[in-house]
Ligand binder design. Sequence first.
Ligand SMILES: Cc1ncc(COP(=O)(O)O)c(C=O)c1O
Length: 476
Amino acid sequence: MISALIDLNRADDDGLVAQLTSQLRSLIATGRLGKGRALPSSRRLASDLGISRNTVTYAFEQLAAEGYLAASHGRRPVVTVEGGANGDGMGAAVSGARSAKPRLAPWASQLTRADWPMSYQAPLKPLRPGHGDAREFPNEIWARCLRRSAVRAARRELGPVNRTRLCEVLAHYLATSRGVRATADQILILPSAQAALTLIAVSLIAPGDEVWVEDPGYPGAAAAFRASGARVTGMKLDEQGMQRMPGAAAPKLVFMTPSHQHPTGRLMSLARRTEFLRSSRPGKTWIVEDDYDGEFHYDSRPVPALQGLDGHGRVFYVGTFSKAMTSDIRLGYLVVPPALVGTLEVAQRHIGLIASSNIQEALAEFIADGHFLAHLRRVRRLYHARRDHLVEGLQRHLGEVLTTEVPSGGIQLVARLKRGRADQAAVKRLAEAGVVTRALSSLALGKPRDHGLLLGFAAWRENEISAALRTMAACF
Ligand SMILES: Cc1ncc(COP(=O)(O)O)c(C=O)c1O
């Protein structure tokens, strides 16, 4: 008897019609009421369930409209779809719990592999790495730039993508502050640095291509290249930065963070940069230089970008405003070797990785009027002091258990465990005590060689760093 399969709750906020409809739908979708089965008349079912006939009639009408039932006046409604495992897909889509695992394209199944540490979702609390201090951002000035840009929007002609004032302003800024050699039309404005890596990967990487990345390194890069089918090999680091694999055939692409290696903060030596450039044959091996936090240098003048050393159009230069401004600005950029500009622009448009022209215009003004450099000068001083505060505190309170690598710039540092390899357990313990860190071993490509903690300093005030250090000292 169908009424025995239905359990209506009169106290439920969902009305009786909605409950009855949903339960009948699910009985059909799961195959318990099979195709061709005649349901009781509305009068009969209403009486069996002790509800009004109208309630049943409305439910039948709804299911008929959705295509589950054929109902005609004076006749008992009949189930019209096959549910359950042998169903036509309609039922499976509705039942959810019993739906078959969708078959993904290789790209998505690579990206959603459970063993990849790409999605780092820790609370934004001291000493979470990877951020600048959003509280120090000059919001009033930025709001004025945004407002002016919005007001001008109606008069602005929407020209071709990447022919914006921001590209002009950026070309000048990158030449003077980072030594990047590029014309404005080599610059693609994108929503993030990660978008730039994805764009490069989908444009250049074919299944089986060899890609070298730093190990430990930035998981987002390995993920983007692997998703396109690359064989990604992790390169060890020494004090000069990423090493080349002796005797190995040249890869299709090398990804590196030479200004401040992610995560160690090491600066790649000039000798090593030249070595990588010399061994990259134009048109055969591409280098991707990710300068995600190159604006922050504390101990000496910044070393110019590797891109500026290349005279053969082999280097992509990737940057982002998510560290130097706020992560929510959603603006990054990619300087593309001349031979690939057209191809990457087509790919960019097709994937739809286009940034808002309003925000671009506001940022162009923010940079051109000197606010960006003024902001950088101010936070550079702050972050420098915060780095020193953290380094000094780590040495004083945790010198027995951790060895600190002092980065010459950037927004985070690595403190290695002096004994043992239990960095993941330490991260868990610290998180329970309220201090957010990241395990160095979670940034390894294969079997971790390094064990320690990645600690952010830029985003946290000195008193917050001190409090976190006290908690850490009590945990070790
Ligand atoms: C080395 C490195 N590159 C790129 C990014 C991504 O930057 P975006 O937020 O612009 O995607 C990050 C983010 O943490 C990073 O650490």
